[in-house]
Design a protein around this ligand. Sequence first.
Ligand SMILES: Cc1cc2nc3c(=O)[nH]c(=O)nc-3n(C[C@H](O)[C@H](O)[C@H](O)COP(=O)(O)O)c2cc1C
Length: 110
Amino acid sequence: MLIGVPMYNFSIPASLKAWIDRLTFPGAYVDPDTGSSLLRDTRVVVVTARGGGYGPGTPREAYDFLRFTHAETTRSGDVPALAAFQEMASRSLAAARTAMTDLATSAHYR
Ligand SMILES: Cc1cc2nc3c(=O)[nH]c(=O)nc-3n(C[C@H](O)[C@H](O)[C@H](O)COP(=O)(O)O)c2cc1C
């Protein structure tokens, strides 16, 4: 699935946010018979257009302040179905901590 999105007021349009909320609502896109996600084979690519420039070297570079660092399978300690992923959770958390330390010590974020 390919989505073209403009930047509006330094964010995504409210309609895209509403769509994301709807898609991700627990149980909303689950096959009631099998319990599996109806979107399991769906991949989404978002292509954005922005009126301004926020890339490296532009005056607004600092505006693009969002970075994502993911710590995953965080529920493996208390959700039985995820118990097999506890080692993955530890690795993911360690990698996220390293990424955050690198970010915190990089010149750009000081
Ligand atoms: C309501 C509105 C808010 C916008 N806010 C931003 C913004 O915060 N930053 C930016 O770079 N461009 C902003 N733009 C410009 C759009 O991101 C830009 O025009 C983009 O190319 C959208 O595609 P379009 O012009 O084909 O609709 C805004 C445009 C509109 C209409």
